[in-house]
Structures are given as structure tokens and as C-alpha cells.
Design a binder for this molecule. Structure first.
Ligand code: ADP
Ligand code: MG
Length: 389
């Protein structure tokens, strides 16, 4: 259980997190959604005790986080936005290193590694250098690291960012599976990611929570904006008129085509299932209905509406919010804050890498001259999300 009460964090003139409160309970997969710079990472870092809020409090399993950061880090597994991985290490060496830092005994480490390797599907990769893994597998290594101490809560900051579509589907599956056992918070700036995995969506904009509900309720809150897309072979104007006359249909708009092969967008009353009515009306006139689907853009409409200013110039055609400028990083670096991250590096500053998994001083870290990615790029394909036992 996580309780966040009125947390605020400012960086100079920027209010990164502005009086945010929420609770997350067992069984939830909370999708934390918002455009770049909205305050997602800062909020997650405050929950995981890596950043201290200016005001407000966080309780993790009823433990006050500020005074007990080590207790909190035991309860939580954290996958930061850029996972600190040692590219020159083999997967198994890295996990053994994490286990040592977590002060596990040899036997404990062995069974913990065995458990997470099975969970995230890394068995075949154990002897590979992390630097030679595909991004999807690197992300699994990051998740394995976060799960090693078997925390009840898993917090992942943009876990699918930068992955290709196959890898995204695999990591989604993995997160869903993990969600059966653990409370999960994951962040993303992409609506589709959050709506595909989350049991609950919380939208943040300019440091403030602007919506917090199940995906279903959020869609329902649209009221008469619920919609369908229909593609019909028939005279466009006549088809539009016929559709408009149907019970439950509030408006009809032509979205593509025209002439005799047209896509229509129907706005319907909430909860109306107008499928069979549309089908009968079209067939009755001798036209052909070649597609009919719930309008998946309706949730997107809510999101775009709620986050309007922040995304106005960074929305691509399909409504996916593209990463905005690098303003955050340059600003962070310019301010020279201790928490500022190197934006490009796959392996953030070594102290931070160790800090994120360790209560120990940085001297625990293995010698590491070149943390950067060396050698070949994507030499491994991503396999299925779960490998058979
Ligand atoms: P998100 O994860 O949603 O993209 P962040 O929490 O990273 O957003 O950032 C929220 C705001 O706080 C942004 O305006 C960002 O520029 C600013 N910010 C975050 N971290 C720092 C930092 N270390 N130094 C200065 N500004 C920061
Ligand atoms: Mg972020």
C-alpha cells in the first residue's frame, strides 16, 4: 500500500510536482500517464526515496518514507527511467553483484536469481554480456534487478520506452503477469501503453493530477462522446443519413474516403451497443459493412483534452505523444543539481547505479572503465516473454 499526501517538489522556478495526493492498493496496476516534463519521474523518485519532496509525505506499507528510506527500498522494486546496467558484465554476474549489494547470502542469492531469471525469461541470456543484449532484454535485466529482493511493490518508470513493437508486447505481458503478484506503478507518456496494462489510470499534467480512474470509467465520463468507426460501401451521403437516423446515434461524421467506400465516425450515447442496428440498417439497403469497431480514440480524446497545452505541438498523427525537447535534461544539467541525470547514457553515473540498489557505499561497485555500450548492437532477438520452465 502506498499513500502519497500533498507532495510538492520544485526545481528553481519549476514546480515539478504540485500538491499531489493518491493511494495505491494491492492488486492494482496503476498507470501513471502524462506528457514529458509532467512530473512522473519526480513523483516516482519521491516515492522510492531517491528525491526528497519539499513538503508532503509518503507512506509505504504504513512506514513513513522520509525517515525510513532503507525500509522503503526493501519494500519496493524500482526500475528507473534509464536503468543503471553494467554493459561489460554478463547477466549472471550482474545479478550476482546486485545480490551481493543487497547483502544476500550465497544460497539466498542463488535461489533469488533463479526465481527472477525464470520470472522475466532470461534463462538463455545468463552468460551474455549485458552490452550485447537487445533493448528488450536489457529491460528484462533491469526488471530482474528490481525484483531480486522479492518486493511486494514494483515501480517502473517508462518501462517500454525505446522498445520496438514486439518487445513492447513482451514487456507488457511480463508486467501483466507480475501484476498478479505485485502492486505495480508504471509510468508512460504514451496512452496506449497505459491503457493496455493499467487497471487504473492517473493522468498528471504540470505536476498536478488531472484525472484518476479506471480506463472504463474514464471512457464512460465522455458521456455522449463514446463512439464507433464504421466502414461502408455505399453512397456516402445516403449512408450517413441512414446511420444518423439510428437509435442511440447522436452524430455521424465522415472521417475517410467518401464516394462509395467511406469511413464514418459515430458518436453514440454511453453504453449503447449499436452494432446490430448498424449492421441491419446497412444490409437492409443493400450496402456493405466492411468494418465496425469501437472508437479506440475516445480515451485518447480524454487524454488530449486533459493535457492540452502541454502536448499541443508534440502530438503525432496517431495521437502518440512524442518525446518533447530535451529541455528537461539541459535544464537539469544547467542547474547542476545532484539528481540530474545524463540523458543519453545507457549507464548513468556509477554512484547512482549503486545507490539505486544499494545501501552500501559506492566502493561496492566493480571496476568499470567503460559503462557505455560497446561492441555490437542488437545481437539478440527477443524471445517469448515467458520461457517454459
Ligand atoms: P516526467 O517524468 O513526467 O517527464 P519529470 O518529473 O522528469 O517529468 O520532470 C518534471 C519537471 O521537473 C520538468 O519540468 C523537469 O524539467 C523538472 N525537473 C525534473 N528533474 C529536475 C532536476 N533534477 N533539475 C531541474 N529540473 C528538474
Ligand atoms: Mg520521466
Amino acid at each position: 500500500m502506498i499513500k502519497v499526501k500533498n507532495i510538492t517538489k520544485t526545481y528553481g522556478a519549476t514546480v515539478a510536482v504540485d500538491d499531489v495526493s493518491f493511494e495505491v492498493g494491492p492488486g492494482e496496476i496503476l498507470g501513471f500517464l502524462g506528457p514529458n516534463g509532467a512530473g512522473k519521474s519526480t513523483t516516482l523518485k519521491i516515492i522510492t526515496s531517491y528525491v526528497v519532496a519539499d513538503s508532503g509525505s509518503v507512506y509505504v506499507n504504513d512506514i513513513e518514507a522520509l525517515d525510513n528510506p532503507m525500509e522503503v527500498r526493501k519494500a519496493i522494486g524500482y526500475l528507473p527511467e534509464s536503468t543503471p546496467l553494467y554493459m561489460d558484465m554478463q547477466v549472471i554476474e550482474y545479478l550476482e553483484f546486485v545480490a551481493r549489494v543487497r547483502q544476500m547470502s550465497g544460497a539466498e542469492a542463488k535461489s533469488a536469481i533463479d526465481r527472477v531469471v525464470e520470472m522475466v525469461g532470461l534463462r538463455r541470456m545468463l552468460r551474455k554480456n549485458i552490452g550485447h543484449l537487445s533493448k528488450g532484454y536489457k529491460q528484462r535485466v533491469g526488471i530482474a534487478q528490481a525484483l531480486l529482493h522479492d518486493p511486494g511493490i514494483l515501480i517502473m518508470d517508462e518501462p517500454t520506452s525505446g522498445l520496438d513493437p514486439h518487445q513492447i508486447i513482451e514487456i507488457r505481458e511480463l508486467i501483466r503477469t507480475l501484476g498478479k503478484e505485485k502492486m505495480i506503478i508504471l509510468s508512460s507518456h504514451i496512452l496506449q501503453e497505459i491503457s493496455a496494462i493499467g487497471t487504473r489510470i492517473m493522468i498528471i499534467k504540470d505536476g498536478r493530477i488531472v484525472a484518476d480512474d479506471t480506463p472504463q470509467n474514464m471512457q464512460r465520463s465522455l458521456g455522449d462522446k463514446t463512439g464507433f468507426r464504421a466502414r461502408v460501401q455505399g453512397p456516402a451521403e445516403e449512408v450517413a443519413a441512414a446511420l444518423k437516423g439510428l437509435d442511440g446515434v447522436n452524430s455521424v461524421e465522415i472521417t475517410a474516403g467518401g464516394g462509395t467506400d467511406t469511413e464514418f465516425r459515430l458518436l453514440t450515447s454511453a453504453g449503447e451497443d449499436i452494432g446490430s442496428r448498424v449492421f441491419k440498417a446497412v444490409a437492409g439497403k443493400g450496402w456493405e459493412l466492411s468494418a465496425l469497431s469501437p472508437d479506440e480514440h475516445s480515451l485518447e480524446d480524454v487524454y488530449l483534452e486533459l493535457t492540452k497545452d502541454g502536448v499541443s505541438d508534440s502530438v503525432s498523427g496517431n495521437g502518440v505523444v512524442e518525446p518533447a525537447s530535451e529541455a528537461f535534461e539541459s535544464e537539469a544539467v544547467a542547474q547542476g543539481k545532484a539528481e540530474a541525470k545524463e540523458p543519453e547514457s545507457e549507464a548513468p553515473a556509477q554512484e547512482e547505479a549503486v545507490e539505486s540498489i544499494s545501501e552500501e557505499p559506492a566502493s561496492e561497485a566493480p571496476a568499470q572503465e567503460d559503462a557505455g555500450e560497446t561492441g555490437s548492437e542488437e545481437s539478440e532477438d527477443d524471445g517469448p516473454a515467458q520461457e517454459g520452465a
